[in-house]
Write a protein that binds this ligand. Structure first.
Ligand SMILES: C[S@@+](CC[C@H](N)C(=O)[O-])C[C@H]1O[C@@H](n2cnc3c(N)ncnc32)[C@H](O)[C@@H]1O
Length: 332
């Protein structure tokens, strides 16, 4: 049975837009009402929601699921990836080892089932300091450079050159909803600046300094800034721990580098104003989260940096035991 999430009716339009923007809404199935709720069919895990199963009417479009039209041995069918990411017109899929001989057939089936996909790339993992994807074309044509639509914005990106995660759309919108008029924001690990773009479209920060070590991140950020006619983002190439020293004090700092961002926290706490917020992304064992937060409090306190953790949310599951979290840290 198809997977879906249960959404209170008043939140329906907002959540539907967020799911569509992040490619998680199953467009082949018709959303339906049940009491005070809407059941929305999804193609993968929607952050913040518990998935359930339900029957849906088909929209009468195309094949509901690429797995139906993939010509592969029956014994391998259960190992077919359930979901894939769509970045603009580029589909990105992780192909498990036993399915590698059928990777082109998987790509073909995905193109047949999904309108709007120009090319399918196999994701061989995110690598190196720039967190860039190792991509191999398995169907379609053209490069992996594309324009991704998110909350009314056009984001220029090439996932082979700069990190981009369409599944963070909801988190970007959440952070944008917290931004107050004229805030100074620093995005320390900004990639192609999607946090800054969403923020400038849906809130009114004074300036957003978008820093990234990868020079291509600045190239794509500048293209999107021009395309969307946004003027308040300042893209900067460099090491955030160095660059940040010359920037004005900030009201908000985003730290989306889940493996190591916590190593830069003292530097961010030195730059954020009292009462300001740091959004620290952290990947770790679910069982160790409380311990990690306690260690963070005591190590910052030992440095004379007063702060408290105002909120924690799980952004995605990474493995059976690990997740990526965002901690909202307020400087006291
Ligand atoms: C997980 S990606 C986040 C990208 C972006 N925030 C997004 O949501 O698409 C982390 C980024 O941090 C950058 N990075 C790694 N170390 C850095 C450093 N010391 N200073 C600035 N950027 C860094 C990488 O190049 C990469 O683009």
């Amino acid at each position: 049975m198809p997977k879906c999430i249960r959404v209170p009716k008043p939140d329906g339009e907002r959540v539907r837009g967020e799911l569509a923007a992040s490619g998680l809404l199953d467009l082949n199935l018709r959303i339906r009402a049940e009491g005070d709720f809407l059941l929305m069919p999804v193609t993968g895990d929607a952050p913040g929601f518990t998935a359930e199963e339900a029957d849906f009417e088909s929209c009468g479009r195309r094949i509901a699921d690429y797995r139906e039209c993939a010509d592969i041995p029956e014994d391998l069918r259960p190992t077919l990836p359930v979901s894939f990411d769509a970045i603009g017109d580029v589909a990105i899929v992780k192909v498990p080892e036993p399915l590698l001989p059928y990777k082109n057939e998987i790509g073909r089936a995905m193109m047949q089932a999904s309108s709007g996909i120009r090319t399918v790339m196999r994701d061989a993992g995110v690598k190196g300091e720039f967190r860039i994807r190792d991509l191999e074309q398995i169907a379609g044509s053209g490069s992996s450079e594309t324009v991704h639509k998110e909350f009314g914005l056009r984001i220029c990106v090439d996932p082979a050159k700069v990190y981009f995660n369409p599944r963070l759309a909801t988190e970007r919108r959440r952070v944008a909803s917290l931004v107050k008029q004229d805030e100074t924001v620093i995005d320390m690990f900004a990639g192609a600046a999607p946090f800054g773009l969403v923020m400038c479209r849906h809130a009114s920060p004074g300036r957003v300094y978008s820093i990234d070590l990868n020079p291509d991140a600045e190239v794509f950020a500048r293209r999107s800034i021009e395309l969307n006619r946004i003027s308040r983002i300042v893209p900067i190439t460099g090491d955030a721990s160095v660059v940040i020293k010359d920037l004005p004090d900030a009201d908000r700092i985003i730290m989306n580098l889940p493996q190591t961002a916590d190593k830069f926290l003292s530097c961010a706490l030195g730059k954020v104003r009292r009462g300001g917020t740091i959004h620290l992304h952290k990947m770790g064992e679910r069982a160790d989260l409380d311990c990690f937060m306690e260690d963070l409090r005591s190590s910052m306190s030992a440095l004379g940096l007063d702060m408290h953790i105002a909120g924690v949310s799980e952004l995605k599951t990474y493995s059976p035991t690990m997740s990526v979290y965002v901690l909202d840290i307020v400087k006291d």
